[in-house]
Design a protein around this ligand. Structure first.
Ligand code: ASP
Ligand code: MG
Length: 399
């Protein structure tokens, strides 16, 4: 039986951790399993590599940046393989390219196009543990590309999709929780969560799994187990739950901090005007979220949010906008957070929004923008209210 496992960067940050993982893998291999192990870069290595390039230029060439960032995972695969081999385990490390991972699309955000699984199958005949560098592959020009930050999860799920339909992701938290335990210490671990909920949670601020990897898992029916590295208990299964008997309306609450809210008043009511605004923002790659607009008396009122670290680009775009529409008035709020409740049961349950508004009323916490999707409702609130809001929602919905 082949098992795909992945260890995240915080689990392989030191040689001691790598040694401990090699010991664990040795026991699993000794029990007869064939293991494909995906690893991330050690600790904050990817950030350090990125900052080296940024010391030269703010906009490094993306082809070279990919070559550089891929080095992080290559360090980990070799060290883990050295550790395993020194224990007498038949192990081999492979880069994404060596493992037959073909990518497409732009550098730093490429996608996996195909996996030539014969390569891995062949290695598994000779070795008990095949270690694969996460987050990387090779494109049609033979260049190394990376899959976007957090992309090792995607590598692991993609390998599981072709090899075993099951994937174990080990990280520094014991699974998926009803709320971030650092914000809300009494949050509960979920035993199971559906793909759709997990995708929504990842999109809305949960850091446990990278969103694209969950999308991929749903598409290829890969069950994911997320657990704490080297812990013998706990964990959450991410799987198809359309069969579940009973679904709670609300499963979890997620938070994104460092949100910048922008409201623009007195925009002349024309489709071209609003399109122009978003064009200016997108030219500068400002990542817009939570858009809402209302038209009234020939004028448009527009609000949206974006990550605070994109403020400089946003300001450039807003300055240009003021030149085009001198009459507009812009209001910004830099200390906002976005709080979202997620639950697949919202598809059928009614009254969740009413209960949430009541929760805000009773706790006296002010909110600003509100947006919804089929299985979530999000609010912007003042960052200082995050803990109180999470606690109020967790109490109300018994999370
Ligand atoms: N090392 C890469 C990153 O830090 C990929 C990963 O950890 O999943 O984003
Ligand atoms: Mg990671």
């Amino acid at each position: 039986m082949t098992t795909v496992l992945k260890f995240g960067g915080s689990s392989v940050a030191t040689i001691e951790q790598i040694q401990a993982i090699s010991e664990y893998l040795q026991t699993r291999a000794a029990a007869g399993e064939k293991l494909v192990v995906v690893v991330s870069a050690m600790g904050k290595t990817t950030d350090s590599l990125l900052s080296l390039a940024k010391q030269i230029t703010e906009r490094p060439m993306i082809r070279e940046l990919d070559r550089l960032l891929a080095v992080g995972e290559e360090q980990t695969i070799s060290l883990l393989s050295i550790a395993l081999n020194s224990r007498g385990v038949a192990a081999i490390s492979l880069t994404g390219q060596q493992a037959g991972i073909d990518t497409m699309g732009i550098h730093t955000k490429s996608k996996i196009k195909a996996i030539r699984k014969e390569v891995l199958e062949e290695k598994l005949r000779t070795y008990d543990v095949v270690i694969v560098a996460g987050f990387q592959g090779v494109n049609e020009f033979g260049d190394v590309t990376t899959l976007g930050r957090g992309g090792s999860d995607t590598t692991a799920v993609a390998l599981a999709a072709v090899l075993s339909k099951r994937c174990e992701i080990y990280t520094d938290v014991a699974g998926v929780y009803t709320a971030d335990p650092r914000i809300h210490p009494t949050a509960r671990r979920l035993d199971t969560v559906s793909y759709d909920e997990m995708m929504e949670m990842s999109a809305l601020g949960s850091k446990v799994m990278e969103m694209r990897s969950v999308e991929l898992a749903k598409k290829f029916d890969v069950n994911i187990f997320v657990g704490k590295t080297l812990a013998s208990e706990g964990g959450t299964w991410i799987m198809d739950m359309t069969q579940a008997m009973e679904q709670k309306a609300v499963t979890s609450v997620s938070v994104v901090k460092n949100v910048l809210s922008v409201s623009i008043k007195h925009i002349p009511h024309s489709v071209a005007g609003v399109a122009d605004i978003f064009e200016k923002l997108s030219q500068r790659h400002v990542n817009i979220d939570m858009i809402s607009q209302t038209a009234f008396d020939g004028e448009v009122f527009l609000s949206f949010t974006c990550p605070l670290d994109e403020e400089a680009f946003l300001e450039e775009a807003l300055a240009e906008l003021t030149e085009t529409f001198p009459q507009i008035k812009i209001d910004r709020h830099t200390e906002h957070a976005k709080i979202s409740v997620v639950g697949i049961g919202m598809r059928d349950a009614t009254g969740v929004a009413a209960e949430l508004f009541a929760t805000f009323r009773e706790s006296g916490i002010p909110f600003y923008q509100v947006t919804t999707s089929e299985i979530s409702i999000s609010y912007t609130i003042n960052e200082q209210d995050v803990e109180a809001a999470v606690a109020a929602i967790a109490t109300r919905f018994k999370l």
